[in-house]
Design a protein around this ligand. Structure first.
Ligand code: SF4
Length: 264
């Protein structure tokens, strides 16, 4: 099962047949180098003491991070057009939410910060916080409902819980109707998850779900290493990498419900 997550080592191509041709891989690498450059510029704009004391960041930080995600989106569109030309069209649409019952995982703190800022601008932090608390309660109960079986490593245990959570068919707290309410600020695991099979097959309750063909266009190391450096500059390395838990920790422990202060 392909979950909405990115796991190290990064940079795997989707296992949907032949590897991408060399020229496609080269072009993707070029996109990723540009995205990494934007993340680096965001990191270099951080003034440590201002962030520490006032949770203040320069507005160029937001611009650079937004550009990084936009370039990664462009890279995905390039790969998807290659897949379409070669007879493997992706079936996902912006208004499709069939995969939005997963718990996105593998997030960096920078992705959570970007999401938090989007919610702040929309004035929906508190309502999102309440919905995330409800989901976290369910998540934390999973280990009680399903005591660990044969899982031996932390990764295996996490994978087991992610699959179980998905099977509960609980909507993401950021889903409104069938639309992602944070679409422009959604994290990378949501941006890079695609399906070649009919969208409805992505639902665990669908009888064809075991045959769904999904894949993740994971960013390469050049991007993820820069995101890790950015997290280190912001002191966000210890946040949970699960969307819901990481978001709650960020709101309470990092921002203390304050907005980010943007300075020119
Ligand atoms: S953040 Fe948006 S895209 Fe991601 S799972 Fe939630 S509703 Fe879906």
């Amino acid at each position: 099962m392909t979950a909405m997550t990115h796991e190290r080592p990064y940079g795997h191509w989707p296992e949907i047949g032949n590897p991408f041709p060399e020229e496609v891989a080269r072009e993707v690498y070029r996109y990723e180098a540009v995205a990494a450059e934007h993340v680096r510029a965001a990191r270099e704009s951080v003034h440590g003491p201002s962030w520490e004391r006032r949770r203040a960041l320069p507005s160029s930080f937001r611009t650079q991070l937004k550009k990084a995600f936009q370039v990664l989106d462009q890279s995905h569109r390039y790969v998807l057009s290659h897949l379409r030309r070669t007879g493997s069209p992706v079936r996902c649409r912006p208004d499709c939410s069939h995969c939005c019952t997963q718990m996105p995982s593998g997030l960096t703190g920078a992705e959570i910060l970007f999401l938090y800022d989007g919610l702040t601008v929309a004035g929906t932090v508190e309502s999102a916080f309440r919905r995330c608390l409800e989901r976290q309660e369910i998540w934390s109960q999973l280990s009680r409902w399903h005591p660990p079986g044969t899982a031996r490593t932390r990764e295996q245990e996490l994978t087991r819980r992610l699959h179980q959570y998905h099977g509960l068919h609980i909507a993401c707290p950021f889903l409104k109707g069938d639309l992602c309410s944070v679409y422009l600020h959604r994290p990378l695991p949501c941006r890079m998850h695609y399906s070649l099979s009919p969208p409805s097959w992505c639902r665990p309750s669908h009888f064809q779900h075991p045959h769904a063909v999904r894949f993740n266009l994971e960013p390469g190391p050049v991007v993820l290493e820069e995101l890790d450096r950015l997290d280190a500059a912001l002191g966000l390395q210890e946040l949970s990498d699960l969307l819901i838990c990481g978001f709650l920790e960020f709101v309470v422990n990092v921002m203390e419900f304050r907005p980010i202060t943007w300075v020119e």
